[in-house]
Design a protein around this ligand. Structure first.
Ligand SMILES: [Ca+2]
Ligand SMILES: [Ca+2]
Ligand SMILES: [Ca+2]
Length: 198
């Protein structure tokens, strides 16, 4: 499992690798050999004992222009979210944040409210979808979609800009394999159009 992102803002993509489901190593791109150098290591003794990391998603979650690292972790069939804050091109390994909400499945990292800061979207208690914001490192979670939906587990979903209006500050979420519980039958997919909130 790996992710890519420019962690140190030198315009070269760096690699984020999960090791043995319990550690994350960030390799920074360099112009001289070896081209990727291990720089930051989130070791297993930093996280709570028994944490099983399922994915790593770099992004600037608090909006301070320094890249942070989001980890998803599985325990008791729930997904927890850990955030490590970026600081001077490295990570603050002692001051991580555990999101108050846990999810039934892998949440989606997307810009839900169109303010250019990535948000966390997912199902906490089926059929309710929740979105969590971490701007200025303040956790704020709220119900996301007005229509109650039931997601299949495992589900697949994608965040794509269907109507190409991203620059106008609007985004579109496309949830695949999403099922509405309706008496007339199931709908296989649903499209939600999100408009920017002030
Ligand atoms: Ca870089
Ligand atoms: Ca940041
Ligand atoms: Ca946002």
């Amino acid at each position: 499992m790996a992710a890519f992102g420019d962690f140190d803002a030198d315009k070269q993509s760096d690699i984020f690798i999960i090791r043995e489901n319990s550690e994350v190593v960030i390799f920074l791109a360099d112009s001289v050999k070896p081209y990727f150098k291990p720089k930051v290591n989130i070791t297993k003794d930093i996280l709570p004992k028994g944490t099983v990391i399922t994915s790593v998603v770099p992004g600037d979650y608090d909006g301070d222009s320094q890249m942070d690292v989001l980890l998803t972790a599985q325990s008791n069939s729930r997904i927890s979210i850990f955030i490590f804050w970026g600081h001077n091109q490295t990570l603050d390994l002692s001051g991580w944040l555990l999101l108050n909400e846990t999810f039934t499945d892998q949440p989606l990292v997307m810009d839900f409210n169109g303010d250019m800061i990535p948000d966390i979207f997912g199902v906490t208690t089926s059929p309710m979808t929740r979105v969590c914001y971490l701007t200025d490192r303040i956790q704020k979670c709220q119900n996301a979609l007005s229509s109650s939906v039931k997601m299949r587990i495992p589900h697949s979903n994608a965040f794509i800009d269907l109507n190409k209006d991203f620059t106008a500050g609007e985004s579109t979420i496309f949830l695949q394999n999403l099922v509405f519980s309706q008496e007339e039958g199931d709908v296989e997919a649903a499209i939600f159009k999100l408009t920017k909130r002030e």
